[in-house]
Design a protein around this ligand. Structure first.
Ligand code: NAP
Length: 247
């Protein structure tokens, strides 16, 4: 029970990494709130989270929605011990084929969304809270066709350094997790089932550990950053990618 009596908010907690992390945090004794946009999944998510987790509809890219989330979480939990800014989208944006709408979508959710989510929850973060921002291994490598996603995640990596300074007086720790290829609904969203299997096989062959990751691999890292086990980490990055970007 490493998170006994702690309170946590996870954006994008209705699928993949966020959902696996919500389940783990609940098992470790936390009270958990998750957000997502697609309410048609909420019933299934409620069944998976069962122990009274708060499931809130909110677009992480909307300033208004995130302010409302902060108010609802404050009413339900009081202060927050853990904030995991995990909501994100990902797809390729080859330079020649990418229009302004695609640019805006990635930047609005993956950068602006993290910035204003942090602004919205900052007033309810407890002294000594842990903030975890989701980045990606791709900020360390050059993957053709992924320039916007890489730039967005690099911006979030940068937020963690600056905010760590800005919140020093409240002893709030801001750290990041950079997942590698993780087998979640995200990687299947823009692929046919055949393309997805080919992607999994190809990706696994490039990972030094010989497999793509599971959502639980990232949840375990999030638990470490959320708990006092990481008490001496500040403004840092935990790369959890089977060695992809590291060796
Ligand atoms: N999977 C990977 O290989 C990988 C690698 C590196 C980094 N990451 C990062 O890890 C994070 C989680 O990804 P995942 O693989 O778990 O993806 P996922 O299975 O697609 O889950 C994403 C979650 O975010 C929510 N979400 C997306 N856009 C949102 C928005 N605007 N507002 C609120 N919720 C939103 C989704 O719910 P709704 O659809 O209902 O909104 C869902 O709950 C993302 O930031 C992603 O960039 C993933």
């Amino acid at each position: 029970m490493r998170l006994k009596d702690k309170t946590a908010l996870i954006t994008g907690g209705t699928s993949g990494i966020g959902l696996a992390t919500a389940k783990l945090f609940l098992r470790e004794g936390a009270r958990v709130a998750v957000t997502g946009r697609d309410t048609s999944r909420f019933e299934a998510v409620r069944a998976e989270l069962d122990k009274g987790a708060l499931i809130l509809r909110a677009d992480a890219g909307s300033v208004t929605d995130m302010r409302a989330v902060s108010t609802e979480v404050a009413e339900a939990f009081g202060e927050l011990d853990i904030f995991f800014a995990n909501a994100g989208i990902a797809y390729g944006t080859p330079l020649a084929e990418t229009d302004e709408a695609r640019y805006d979508e990635i930047m609005d959710i993956d950068v602006k969304g993290v910035f204003f989510s942090m602004q919205a929850v900052a007033p309810i973060l407890r002294h000594g809270a842990s903030v975890i921002l989701s980045t990606s291994f791709i900020i360390h490598v050059g993957r053709p066709g992924l320039s916007l996603l890489s730039a967005a995640k690099a911006a979030v990596r940068s937020f963690a350094r600056t905010w760590s300074r800005e919140f020093l007086d409240r002893k709030i720790r801001v750290n990041t997790i950079s997942p590698g290829f993780i087998d979640t609904p995200l990687i299947g969203r823009h692929r046919t089932p055949e393309e997805l299997q080919a992607f999994r096989d190809k990706a696994a062959a490039t990972v030094p550990m010989g497999r793509i990751g599971e959502a639980d691999d990232i949840a375990a890292a999030a638990l470490f950053l959320a708990s006092d086990d990481s008490r001496y980490m500040l403004g840092a990055e935990l790369v959890v990618d089977g060695g992809m970007s590291q060796i």
